[in-house]
Ligand binder design. Structure first.
Ligand code: SAM
Length: 278
């Protein structure tokens, strides 16, 4: 039997990227991307993938069902009362979270790999402090234990060395602080891409708007282990369902996300006091 690479490229067919039908083309998975030379990639790399469609992402995520009615409500609930707190919005995107956190009287520091995302965040939240920064790099502009909470929404899957990135986020957290992290639900990923659920691997997807994204697929256990190795204890894990308002946006998706684990996971983790440094 012919060997097939352990990855697939998924082509999304609907306007929302997270509930898409996928078409697998494993043996031609890397054709046309221009940066692989036909080889199986072992890293997502440091190219700011969102740069070319940052404005489109803002348009999509501002009021869209998945971001505004599934992910944001869950992560904001896990962050709790942020008034007076300093929050690091890691991979802040166009500042949709930052805007809400500032409205709730938090001091927001944010960063993103994409310069256009940082520009959009600055425009949206003039009171925030934003910069271009890659999660792969040390946060050498932030001291130890300087933030009350870290938010990492829907970006962990783009990071190659997730343990190192999470450990760095832990370093800047105050001892009583918390990390809130969300990611695509691993079951949804597996249903979309097939293959071995337990295999951590890279996939390419083309979202229906034509956005091409490379990311890591990993099982739930892998994310929990990465948090553990970075020195965190998981306090809460949510499988958020859409808010009731989402029914008016798209009833079919609303009902499906209430029935099937195809949305996101949201986790609140705290620095493990038994391991002061990792
Ligand atoms: C799905 S968007 C989420 C944006 C924002 N957190 C939100 O939920 O509205 C993913 C974001 O992660 C950023 N990103 C991806 N890889 C990154 C990296 N290695 N370092 C920093 N930001 C990254 C992208 O540029 C993009 O803005």
């Amino acid at each position: 039997m012919r060997w097939r690479p352990p990855h697939r490229r998924a082509v999304t067919t609907y306007s929302e990227p997270r509930t898409v039908r996928t078409v697998h083309s494993p043996e031609r998975a890397w054709l046309g991307r221009g940066r692989d030379n036909g080889r199986v990639p072992d890293a997502v790399g440091s190219e700011p993938q969102y740069e070319v469609f940052a404005d489109g992402f803002l348009d999509h995520a501002r009021d869209g069902l998945f971001n505004a009615h599934v992910d944001r409500p869950a992560c904001l609930a896990l962050l709790g009362d942020v008034a007076g707190a300093t929050i690091l919005d890691a991979a802040c995107g166009p500042g949709l979270y930052a805007e809400e956190l500032a409205r709730r009287h938090a001091r927001v520091i944010g960063f993103d790999q994409s310069p256009r995302m940082v520009e959009l965040a600055r425009q949206r939240v003039p009171s925030g402090e934003f910069r271009v920064h890659d999660l792969a790099d040390p946060l050498d502009w932030l001291g130890d234990h300087t933030v009350d909470a870290v938010l990492l929404a829907l970006a962990l899957e783009y990071v190659d060395d997730r343990v190192a990135a999470l450990a760095e986020l832990r370093r800047v957290l105050r001892p009583g602080g918390a990390l809130v992290v969300s990611r695509p639900h691993p079951t949804g990923d597996w249903l979309r891409h097939g293959g071995n659920y337990f295999q951590t691997r890279i996939v390419d997807e083309t979202w229906s708007r034509g956005w091409r994204l490379r990311s890591w697929l990993s099982p739930l256990e892998q994310t929990c282990e990465e948090l553990h190795h970075a020195g965190f204890l998981i306090e809460r894990l949510l499988e958020p369902r859409p808010t009731p308002q989402a029914a008016a946006i798209d009833l079919e998706r609303y009902e499906r996300l209430n029935r099937e684990p195809t949305g996101f996971l949201a986790i609140r983790a705290v620095p493990d006091p038994r391991r002061p440094s990792v």
